[in-house]
Design a protein. Structure first.
Length: 127
């Protein structure tokens, strides 16, 4: 027995993004903007980034703390598609989808890729 999907049935409504989709062409503008921030600031942290419905809110621009590795060449910047499809970026998207609303108290970026995140869920963010 074959199940018809919404798209096969002619419904063009978008599916909820749970962070598992690896193709960066399906990323929202907010996620693409976060990937661009990671590429522009390959080492460091973003602080106090709110998120709603699993999407980062980057307006106003978050506080950026740049880490400089002395005597180390930064090398070439990663391609945006590589950042967006990296397993740690996907894991971050899954976590934000899981928690839905709150604040990224600290997002640490290592070599342009999200590495460590401190999440404050919404029910605690307002307390």
């Amino acid at each position: 027995m074959t199940q018809r999907t919404a798209v096969a049935a002619g419904d063009e409504s978008p599916r909820r993004d749970d962070g598992r989709n690896r193709a960066n062409s399906h990323l929202s503008p907010a996620w693409m903007q976060l990937c661009e921030l990671c590429r522009e600031n390959p080492y460091g942290q973003f602080r106090g980034v709110p998120f709603r419905n699993g999407e980062p809110i980057l307006t106003p621009r978050p506080k950026v703390i740049v880490t400089i590795k002395l005597c180390k060449d930064d090398g070439r910047r990663r391609l945006l598609a590589k950042i967006a499809s990296h397993e740690r970026t996907i894991a971050l998207r899954q976590q934000l989808a899981r928690w839905r609303n709150g604040i990224l108290r600290r997002l640490t970026v290592n070599d342009g890729i999200p590495d460590v995140v401190d999440i404050e869920p919404e029910d605690q963010a307002s307390a």
